[in-house]
Design a protein around this ligand. Sequence first.
Ligand SMILES: *[C@@H]1O[C@H](CO)[C@@H](O)[C@H](O)[C@H]1NC(C)=O
Ligand SMILES: *[C@@H]1O[C@H](CO)[C@@H](O)[C@H](O)[C@H]1NC(C)=O
Ligand SMILES: *[C@@H]1O[C@H](CO)[C@@H](O)[C@H](O)[C@H]1NC(C)=O
Ligand SMILES: *[C@@H]1O[C@H](CO)[C@@H](O)[C@H](O)[C@H]1NC(C)=O
Ligand SMILES: *[C@@H]1O[C@H](CO)[C@@H](O)[C@H](O)[C@H]1NC(C)=O
Ligand SMILES: *[C@@H]1O[C@H](CO)[C@@H](O)[C@H](O)[C@H]1NC(C)=O
Length: 349
Amino acid sequence: MAVSWKSWPNLLWIYLILGTTGVSGQFELQPLNSTVLQGSDVRFRATVQGQWNVMTWNVGGFLVLTVVVPGNITSSSQFSATFCSSDDSCVDFTIHNVSRRDSGPVICSVQGQYGSRTAQLNVEESGTVSIMGGNVTVEKEQHVEFKCITTAWFPKPAVSWAQNGQDVNTSLYNTTSMFDGDSYTSTSVLQFQAVTNTTVECQATVQTLINPKTTSVFLSVVPKPPDWTVLIAVVVSFGGCALLVLLILGIIFCYRRRKEKQSSYQDEMSRRVRRQSQGQGQVNTGYVPEGRTSAAASELNDSGFCQANGSNIAERPDVKSNQTEKDYSSAYHNVDQSCFRKHRHVTIV
Ligand SMILES: *[C@@H]1O[C@H](CO)[C@@H](O)[C@H](O)[C@H]1NC(C)=O
Ligand SMILES: *[C@@H]1O[C@H](CO)[C@@H](O)[C@H](O)[C@H]1NC(C)=O
Ligand SMILES: *[C@@H]1O[C@H](CO)[C@@H](O)[C@H](O)[C@H]1NC(C)=O
Ligand SMILES: *[C@@H]1O[C@H](CO)[C@@H](O)[C@H](O)[C@H]1NC(C)=O
Ligand SMILES: *[C@@H]1O[C@H](CO)[C@@H](O)[C@H](O)[C@H]1NC(C)=O
Ligand SMILES: *[C@@H]1O[C@H](CO)[C@@H](O)[C@H](O)[C@H]1NC(C)=O
């Protein structure tokens, strides 16, 4: 191959590359590490310097694509390749709708002295997110718990919570994850005290997911009903007070009545004693003071219907002592029953 003096700079450049990177500079694979989400497309680029004829791509241990120069590529629906430069030095290899099975080494080999290059493919999987129980209604200040379940994720997702769009402090929730051999299932438990209506959102994400997968429920907070214990306590204490007051009133009433009876009994007794002594006096002396009798009669007259009894008492002065007492007591009974209450002053005679 004849080299004109104008090509010298190019040649010098190639020599420089070869000098710094060695033979590998002739064949490169980019990127060497790729992490993508399942279902997306992933692309690798091979650049080969110089003359080459056959290039093969291996994914998951299988030969999936062959490129033959000049310009023939075997492709399938999932694996394809295109020349990205006119001189066949650059090939773009694409895996469509990548799946977790495709994870692992992606090997590009070029027939001849070029050998092979290996890139690492990581496929992540985003699964489902759901909050158990759905919308809930609780009373104000009630303790609430939300459980978020994420299934079929790979690798372990980062689970977080938001309330009304604001991230929740991590101290309010716990997340545990379990690997079932294929994917991760996580359970996150959020606990807090209900204050006001809130939208509660559970978010799960993996590195390659641009927007976290979310689900949300609505927490309705209703006012607390009246505290029955307080109400009952109030009622009971008021009732107790009322009972106490009633009891005291009852005691006072009874005491008064008793005193009344007692005083009336004493009155009666003193009157009885007086009358007895009066009767005895009459028996002994045979003397009845006119004024008293008339006074008694006149006073008894006030009560009208008991006049007869009163006069009875007054008109039996000359009986024996024992008899008198008996008579007086029966007479008194008559007086008591008929008019004592009405004319207490009668007894003062
Ligand atoms: C590539 O190969 C196919 C058959 O495998 C053939 O039909 C086609 O013409 C070839 N293309 C080129 C550019 O050689
Ligand atoms: C992608 O692949 C999965 C199986 O791995 C298949 O169920 C799905 O239909 C494919 N999607 C597309 C768009 O081809
Ligand atoms: C989260 O809560 C803890 C204590 O409960 C507190 O120390 C911390 O500052 C809080 N973090 C944020 C970001 O509010
Ligand atoms: C999280 O777990 C720790 C230890 O198991 C526990 O002390 C803490 O109360 C839990 N927090 C929540 C919000 O469940
Ligand atoms: C939960 O509440 C929201 C907002 O009130 C409503 O849009 C949604 O339909 C409710 N979901 C269920 C399952 O009731
Ligand atoms: C909370 O939500 C319920 C129904 O979802 C509604 O009736 C109530 O008015 C709301 N309360 C406040 C304070 O917004």
